[in-house]
Design a protein around this ligand. Structure first.
Ligand code: ZN
Length: 281
């Protein structure tokens, strides 16, 4: 039996943390305990505070894809501490406080909800970069090839980034069984919040909600269209798995879980998946 794709892939470690509360709490505690705000180098380049988004926002027929972020301060650190170990609140706090504007529009909760997950992840990465610099360090990483421990510093630029072929395209077709085609839209902040709000829900229930929100319509082999709220639950399991995998695959943005480094001693490629807790520790 193949295992169901799950929503962890959709939002990187953001949802992963939600499904593993213990790990989330630990990461959060680490993140709050280790304030690096006073460890900046004395001389530093003026960081670039503008960031290019993958999708952006559409206003009056124009796409705006440049956002402004700013360096986090002590006040932000306090706000993050107040968010406790709640992953959605930590994400919200980072976006609402660390992002100044998208295009001409100041950031608000509604705007953050409207942004696709890939843009949100890109913004969180930019806030991290402008606040703590362009590299991430780990101590005592075990190489799976030669079993040696080493301290590693990896530039954030090495996190693989997936880009949209055409940033204006809003519908993504995916072929299903029996000659049907699903048309999907990219999950956004509001979708993510809705899924995260399903406390103690099974992966299947999370998938039903996400599919229900992002499935625009189904096209039959005869070209006939259908679409209803019930559709997500009525779909064959195999089609649901195809759709969830596709939603994860088409989402642009940084692939935090796909970061690797080359171990100099043995030449092996070592996976170094990172979560939001790691970015802000
Ligand atoms: Zn090695």
């Amino acid at each position: 039996m193949t295992s169901a794709p799950d929503l962890r892939e959709l939002a990187g470690r953001t949802i992963d943390a939600r499904t593993d509360p213990e790990q989330a709490a630990a990461a959060s505690a680490r993140f709050l305990a280790q304030a690096h705000l006073d460890e900046r180098p004395e001389i530093e380049d003026v960081p670039d505070t503008s960031v290019q988004l993958h999708r952006g926002i559409l206003r009056g027929g124009t796409w705006y894809r440049t956002a402004e972020v700013r360096e986090l301060t002590g006040a932000d650190e306090e706000a993050l501490a107040a968010a406790g170990s709640s992953w959605p609140r930590i994400l919200d706090t980072l976006l609402l406080r660390g992002v100044c504007a998208v295009g001409p529009e100041p950031v608000t909760r509604a705007l953050a909800d409207e942004l696709i997950l890939g843009d949100r992840d890109q913004l969180v990465l930019a806030v991290r970069r402008v606040s703590f610099g362009d590299a991430i360090s780990y101590e005592r990483v075990r190489c799976p090839h030669c079993d040696e421990l080493s301290d590693v510093t990896v530039p954030l630029d090495e996190i693989p980034v997936v880009r949209l072929d055409d940033p204006d395209v809003e519908e993504f077709p995916v072929p299903l069984r029996h000659g049907r085609t699903a048309y999907l839209r990219l999950p956004n902040g509001a979708d993510q919040r809705a899924v995260l709000a399903l406390k103690d829900a099974s992966t299947a229930a999370q998938n039903t909600l996400m599919i229900g929100r992002c499935l625009l319509r189904l096209e039959g082999p005869d070209g006939k269209m259908s679409g209803s709220a019930q559709l997500a639950r009525d779909l064959p399991m195999a089609d649901r798995h195809t759709i969830v995998a596709h939603l994860a695959q088409i989402q642009p943005g940084p692939r935090y879980l796909e970061l690797t480094f080359t171990h100099e001693v043995c030449g092996g490629e070592v996976p170094l998946p990172i979560g939001i807790g790691d970015l802000f520790r």
